[in-house]
Ligand binder design. Structure first.
Ligand SMILES: [Zn+2]
Length: 157
């Protein structure tokens, strides 16, 4: 989904797509890339990854943002902003009663869900968002694999 004019390059080759800003891969890459010019952030990454910076997870970036790391806060603010825009558009299009966020980014739990909820309520018509619930999926980071297997099993029956 396109969300940002002149946004970062996406793995598909396009620019400004939601995946290039709010996917687990994008969050980790942004954190590693931006830390090069911020020694305190580099140090924080070393601390939480046991000096294996390349292993930093999106959830850890959310935690560092909550702990006050400026670089992490900038990245997570963009995640909330653009994921909020994308979800608000979906809410206005199909008016769902429930949105379940799964995958690695959703592992951040309330650090993702709470600010996102506030943003969606700000952006949406009250009638569209008042009865909307936004929750973390219970299938963890394996949700898409479980979904794919479920679809395949339905084909077999
Ligand atoms: Zn793309």
């Amino acid at each position: 989904m396109f969300v940002k004019e002149n946004g970062p390059k996406c793995s598909c080759g396009g620019y400004g797509h939601l995946e290039a800003i709010a996917s687990a891969q994008a969050i980790s890459s942004a954190m590693i890339g931006l830390s090069v010019e911020h020694p305190e952030t580099e140090e924080a990454i070393r601390r939480v990854t046991g000096a294996r910076a390349e292993r930093i997870t999106a959830e850890q970036v959310f935690r560092l943002a909550a702990e006050g790391d400026n670089v992490a806060q900038g990245i997570i603010q963009d995640v909330h902003t653009y994921l909020g825009i994308a979800l608000a558009n979906i809410v206005h299009l199909i008016n769902p009663g429930l949105i379940i966020l799964g995958g690695q980014v959703a592992q951040a739990g309330d650090l993702l869900i709470k600010p996102l909820q506030a943003r969606i309520h700000d952006l949406c018509l009250a009638a569209a968002s008042s009865s909307l619930r936004l929750v973390q999926g219970s299938l963890g980071s394996e949700a898409n694999i479980v979904g794919a297997v479920t679809l395949a099993l339905q084909d077999i029956e």
